[in-house]
Design a protein around this ligand. Sequence first.
Ligand code: PMP
Length: 354
Amino acid sequence: MAAWEKNVRRVIPYTPGEQPNCTDIIKLNTNENPYPPSPEAMAVLRNMDGELLRKYPDPTAGGLIRELAGYYRVKPEQVFVGVGSDDVLAMSFLTFFNGKKPILFPDITYSFYDVWADLYRIPYECQPLDNNFEICTEDYKKDCGGIVIPNPNAPTGVEKDLSQIEEIIAANSDVIVIIDEAYIDFGGESAVKLLQGYENLLVVQTFSKSRSLAGMRIGYGFGNEKLIKYLSDVKFSFNSYTMNPAAIAMGAAAVRDDAYFRKTIGNIISTREWTKRELARLGFVFPDSKSNFIFASHPKVPAVEIFEALKAQGIYVRYFAKPRIDNYLRISIGTDRQMQALITFLEQYLGENV
Ligand code: PMP
């Protein structure tokens, strides 16, 4: 080891899902939205004035913040935006989890949480989900340095009842509780309505899933004004210009196009419910999902084998070789046609292999 390596901040990075460089696959591995972004958001991109790109962007991303504040009925001072919710979450870890006590999050959850905790040297303690992949409320009622819970959880898709989420927030008034709502728009109940009652609550959402803009990298968070100010102070100590002009303007246009948002979400929910029925018919078991993916296991065929067989067929889903979940596949909800192709293949494959 070279001497300089002793001073390196070493981390084991997060591994994102595969982004293969071909268009002829059915891509159900990264929970992207199968529908294009809002036509109004696309028009903003097409008509973007080069002058806006010549200059630095608005460091406050005011146009986007105002649109989000209006839509979600909060004050602009209660909104924070970032380069995807990953950026919002990473900034939040850095800002709020600055104590000596461990932060708490589920053992089966978004696999970036432990990476950020390690990166920032934040102690953490994972709380096991029960055998139905449910978060146990009581596990989050103890002395800790903060809490982060995705609702619905990933990769399980399981939603925790908002009254239970509120219990956790209320029991932890001394620390910040982050509710990561990346998948909330697919049928869950948002904690945004709890903001008035709890100044320790930060709700984080994203444009990547329900607004079909994963490539634009837009995330946002809501909290009380003091909390958002602390978060902004850290952000402005890190990088003034996180949001580019295209992201600011397209994000605002996507929020305005509520009819398109509701229509595409409605499609995804009905495709998800159809897929649940079909997977159950083929013998798969899965916890009920309120997200845009289903976390499924087959009692007779190992998940890794199904994963490989699907991939050979050009159908990409996500497989995690991790304790407790290594016999599950996370299948994102695509278009009706994509899901029909998945089910047709699985039916034939299971017919030959069971
Ligand atoms: N939270 C959860 C639970 C997620 O699954 C994801 C998607 N990988 C994110 C946050 C981050 O999404 P993005 O940065 O695209 O907003």
